[in-house]
Each structure stands twice: as structure tokens, then as C-alpha cells.
Ligand binder design. Structure first.
Ligand code: DSN
Length: 418
């Protein structure tokens, strides 16, 4: 039986995919949680492995025909253990949110107290937001960044830990631009008898490339996504000490997922291989250097950097000193017109709602993959500032759009199609 695509290809969807490819490669992609995966990662993602059911784990499957899949998943596990120095890995979580929920399911009980960073101060939805299952099922208590330095305040975290006696402390962030030292979290967890989970979704690539401290030796469990700085396929992963391996595996399957996405697992294995290459270290260092250069250039343009700057791949920009009327929402929209993609983001203690915001979040993983360096960061800051200063002047915005396209043309992401 032929597939309909042999005689009547779905030009509608493939036309739209081409359009999206054009958008991604002719504009500046500055969303801190995105990246460009390699052609090899995409090939594995689009492979025949999408056809296979493989509930269970290597050598313990519920379906036949998994000899090859077992080899692929075992390879992914061995590679990621080596990359991060972990005792045990589960490569099946479909996403970071699935990974985090599996950890809660495996290590604590509904109603148990957990300590995590508040979403509006840089935490993640799955770190106890009241609208997320984490906040609905567990008693999350939140810490916040310090009022003056906008950095994690370990005295406050310790006080809250002593007061609330959490079963689990969640370290990790989605819009916090500073280094996350694992030792102080471990010390507090030990003092109050809590387990410690470190969510390194954003910084996994920096950790793998040696550009950020590795929390694996300190944490009971480490979770991450594979598609951000790590530059793999969309998906999640959990690393654990041997003591928690069985509980975590059980919580992923059968606890919270069914059939694993083995095409994604294969693509994760490819990404782990790529992250083990010496060039990935250079990549990770350059992401951080680019972020520092961009932060400095933006501050020269009159923006304020939350916490004064960045040590990582991202920065949160307070728009208020640049223009008190300008919101994150408006900035995101007009920058989109100029071919500059980023996201609106609350700044700590933001007077505006999360739908409007007084800030934007900017990251350098994608532009660094393209090969851009410090000189291009200065241009990007200039393009952002010019667009925002002239947001009511479509001609200037169009001029910036043309400059952005010209810059991107000098740094092609994927080989040109014939
Ligand atoms: N959506 C991701 C981010 O942008 O940080 C977190 O899951």
C-alpha cells in the first residue's frame, strides 16, 4: 500500500517547515533556552526509531524486536553517565517537566514539603508554581533572589529550610543569569536532612563543556533538558546516585510515561557524543564570553542587567532605565519585526504582569552555534537598541531587519539546499 505522500505530498506542512527554516536562519535567535541542533541529531530524530514501541528498559522490555533499540538506549545511558560523571542515568523523559515530575513521584509523597526558587524570581513552572502539578500536589515553599543584588541568598534559603523542613530542595533556574554553586545547597540539604535535586536544564551544555560547576557530585538527582545549551533533540534526562536509581526508573516508567521516544533517545546519544568532543568545550566557553560581551554592550546602550550582568549563557534585561514606558511585551513584538527573536521576562519584583513584563531574557547559545563572537555581540546590542528606540518608525525597523538578515547570511547555520 503506498503512502499518500508518494502521490500527493503534504506541501502545506512542508511549505510551512521551509518557512520556519527561513525564519530561524535569517533572523537572530536569542531565546536563551533554544539552540540549533546538528544535522546528525536531526537525522536520528527523523529516523525509523519513531516506529518502535519499547516500554521498559534495555534487556527488560514488554515488546519484542528491541535488540537494536536496547543497544541505542544503553549507548545513550553510558555516554551521558560519562559526560557528567554520574552513577546512573534515565534518558527516557520526554521533556524537562516530565523529568522533574518523575523525580517528585519517585522521591517524595504528595503533600510533602519542597523548597524551590519562585517562578517570578527565575525558577521554573515545575518548581512549585501553583498552576503546575508540582505546586498542586506538593507543598512547595519558595525562596527569592536578594532585594539589592538580585542573587540567590543562601541565608534566606537556609532560614526557610530550617523553618519548613523540606523533604527535597530544588536548585536550578530558568531565568537566573549567575553561576549556581552546588555546595551551599548541599550543605543546607544536609543540615535539614533533605534530598537535593538540581535542575540544570538551561546550563547542561555549559556543565558538559566545563563552563559551569558540575552539580552531579553534590546532588542526589540532576535533571535537564537536552535541547538547550546541550544542543541535542527536544527531551529530558535524569542523573542519579546509585541509591535512587531504582526509584527514579520506576517513576519514569511505569510511573509517569509509557513508550519511550527511542528516536529522541538516539538523538540524545548523538548529542552526548558531540558534547564529548574537545570543540564542545570551546563552544561552551564562547557561549559565556558572548553573553558577557552582549551584556556589556547592552548596558552601554542604557539597559540595566538584572544582578548587574551574567556568568552564563543568558541575561535578564530591565528595560525601565532605557525607557520607562517600554514593556517586555512590546519589545518582543517589535524585535520580532526586526528579525530578532527573544522573550519577554519578568524582572525580580516586576510591577508588571508576566504577560506584559518590564524585561526581556536574552541568550547566546544559538548565535554561538552559528559562529558569532564578541564583535557580533556589539552589533546585536546596537540592533536591539535601535529597534526599541525607533519602535514607532517602521522604516528604521525595516532597516534593522535588513542588517540582521545580512549578518545572519555571514553565519549560515545549515548547508544551503540545492
Ligand atoms: N521553556 C523553558 C525556558 O524557556 O526556559 C523552560 O522550560
Amino acid at each position: 500500500m503506498p503512502w499518500p505522500s508518494e502521490t500527493n505530498r503534504d506541501t502545506e506542512v512542508f511549505g510551512l517547515i521551509d518557512k520556519e527554516r527561513e525564519r530561524q536562519t535569517t533572523g537572530l535567535q536569542l531565546i536563551a533556552s533554544e539552540n540549533f541542533t546538528s544535522p546528525d541529531v536531526m537525522e536520528a530524530t527523523g529516523s525509523v526509531l519513531t516506529n518502535k514501541y519499547a516500554e521498559g528498559y534495555p534487556q527488560k522490555r514488554y515488546y519484542g524486536g528491541n535488540a537494536v533499540v536496547d543497544e541505542i538506549e544503553a549507548l545513550a545511558i553510558e555516554r551521558v553517565k560519562k559526560l557528567f560523571g554520574a552513577d546512573h542515568a534515565n534518558v527516557q523523559p520526554h521533556s524537562g517537566a516530565s523529568a522533574n515530575m518523575a523525580v517528585y513521584l519517585g522521591l517524595i509523597k504528595p503533600g510533602d514539603t519542597v523548597l524551590g526558587l519562585s517562578l517570578d524570581h527565575g525558577g521554573h513552572l515545575t518548581h512549585g508554581s501553583p498552576v503546575n502539578a508540582s505546586g498542586i500536589l506538593y507543598n512547595f515553599q519558595s525562596f527569592r533572589v536578594g532585594a539589592t543584588d538580585e542573587r540567590l541568598d543562601f541565608d534566606q534559603i537556609r532560614d526557610l529550610a530550617i523553618k519548613h523542613k523540606p523533604k527535597l530542595i530544588v536548585a536550578g533556574t530558568t531565568s537566573y543569569p549567575r553561576r549556581l554553586e552546588p555546595q551551599p545547597f548541599r550543605a543546607i540539604a544536609d543540615e535539614v536532612g533533605a534530598l537535593m535535586m538540581f535542575d540544570i536544564a538551561h546550563i547542561a551544555g555549559l556543565v558538559a563543556g566545563g563552563a559551569h560547576p558540575n552539580p552531579v557530585p553534590y546532588a542526589d538527582v540532576v535533571t535537564f533538558t537536552t535541547h538547550k545549551t546541550l544542543r541535542g533533540p527536544r527531551g529530558g534526562c535524569i542523573l542519579t546516585t546509585a541509591a535512587h536509581a531504582a526509584a527514579i526508573d520506576k517513576a519514569v516508567f511505569p510511573g509517569s510515561q509509557g513508550g519511550p521516544l527511542e528516536h529522541a533517545v538516539a538523538a540524545k546519544a548523538v548529542a552526548f557524543h558531540e558534547a564529548m568532543q574537545p570543540s564542545f568545550k570551546e563552544y561552551a566557553q564562547q557561549i559565556v564570553k558572548n553573553a558577557a560581551a552582549l551584556a556589556e554592550a547592552l548596558s552601554k546602550q542604557g539597559f540595566r542587567l538584572v544582578s548587574g550582568g551574567t556568568d552564563t549563557h543568558m541575561m535578564v534585561v530591565d528595560l525601565q532605565p532605557f525607557d520607562a514606558e517600554l514593556t517586555g511585551k512590546e519589545s518582543q513584538l517589535v524585535l520580532d519585526e526586526a528579525g530578532i527573536t527573544l522573550n519577554k521576562n519578568n524582572i525580580p519584583n516586576d510591577p508588571r504582569s508576566p504577560f506584559v513584563t518590564s524585561g526581556v531574557r536574552i541568550g547566546t547559545p544559538s548565535v554561538t552555534t552559528q559562529g558569532m563572537k564578541e564583535p557580533e555581540m556589539a552589533l546585536i546590542a546596537e540592533y536591539i537598541a535601535t529597534t526599541l528606540r525607533n519602535r514607532n518608525n517602521p522604516a528604521v525597523v525595516a532597516e534593522v531587519r535588513a542588517k540582521v538578515a545580512a549578518l545572519c547570511a555571514k553565519f549560515p547555520v545549515y548547508p544551503k539546499r540545492a
